[in-house]
Design a binder for this molecule. Structure first.
Ligand SMILES: CC(C)(COP(=O)(O)OP(=O)(O)OC[C@H]1O[C@@H](n2cnc3c(N)ncnc32)[C@H](O)[C@@H]1OP(=O)(O)O)[C@@H](O)C(=O)NCCC(=O)NCCS
Length: 200
């Protein structure tokens, strides 16, 4: 029986569990460092993430913070982190989705796109042709990357944001909800608005 350990018993974890079931996982448990949480989406939360060494099964990190996803994947690098893809997502032939990445309902990943490890490609977002999405990037609900965009490690593209084609965004950025990015972003920071400008 396919077993899955989900680290992070949050709302995001709930959605990940739903996708896991649709990917054939029948035996699902959660780990979470918040010891008051004992159940998530009807599955048991067994204890803190350090318990992982006592458990068999594939692993997915369902934590929004990119640094935490990276740390937990690196700390457990001997484990299997399969990508989880909702059956209603469209992933083009030949597009790549890296280990531990989750592609949610209605997302579209077009030909030539490469998604790194530990990414979240959230509900109804799109990653168009030939985009390169680095490790631990989050493309939020309803955000869109036009063709040939590069988003580097750990950057978070907020809900409903749009990135024009051929744009490069460096690592360590937060692109706010609803922003429209029309120029390369070369410095880590927080960018909001139309067109997107740095605020922090
Ligand atoms: C960009 C963001 C991270 C900034 O959060 P923050 O650091 O707490 O910043 P603040 O709320 O203090 O806002 C700072 C200023 O930026 C403005 N601002 C914040 N977010 C903005 C946005 N998305 N678009 C336009 N302006 C925004 C605020 O109005 C404020 O302006 P002011 O100084 O003139 O009052 C946050 O607002 C955001 O957009 N988060 C994305 C959440 C998201 O997409 N979640 C998806 C989950 S799937």
């Amino acid at each position: 029986m396919k077993k899955l350990i989900i680290i992070g018993a949050s709302g995001h974890g709930k959605v990940v569990a739903d996708i896991a079931v649709l990917n054939g996982y029948k035996d699902i448990v959660f780990l979470d460092n918040s010891l008051s949480v004992t159940e998530c989406a009807g599955y048991s939360v067994l204890g803190p993430d350090t318990l992982i060494s006592e458990l068999d099964g594939d692993v997915v990190i369902a934590v929004g913070n990119a640094e935490t996803r990276k740390r937990l994947m690196n700390r457990n690098s001997e484990r299997s982190f399969p990508p989880l893809i909702h059956p209603s997502a469209v992933v083009a032939e030949g597009a790549e989705v890296g280990a531990g990445s989750v592609v949610m309902a209605g997302a579209v990943i077009n030909p030539g796109a490469q998604i790194g490890e530990g990414c979240i490609i959230n509900t109804s977002s799109s990653v168009d042709h030939d985009c390169i999405v680095g490790n631990y990037v989050h493309i939020s609900v309803g955000a869109h990357l036009s063709g040939t965009v590069i988003v580097c490690e750990g950057t978070w593209i907020g809900a409903g944001a749009t990135v024009s084609n051929n744009i490069n965004i460096c690592g360590g950025c937060m692109v706010g909800a609803g922003a429209v990015v029309i120029k390369d972003i070369d410095e880590p920071g927080t960018y909001v608005g139309v067109p997107a400008r740095k605020i922090k």
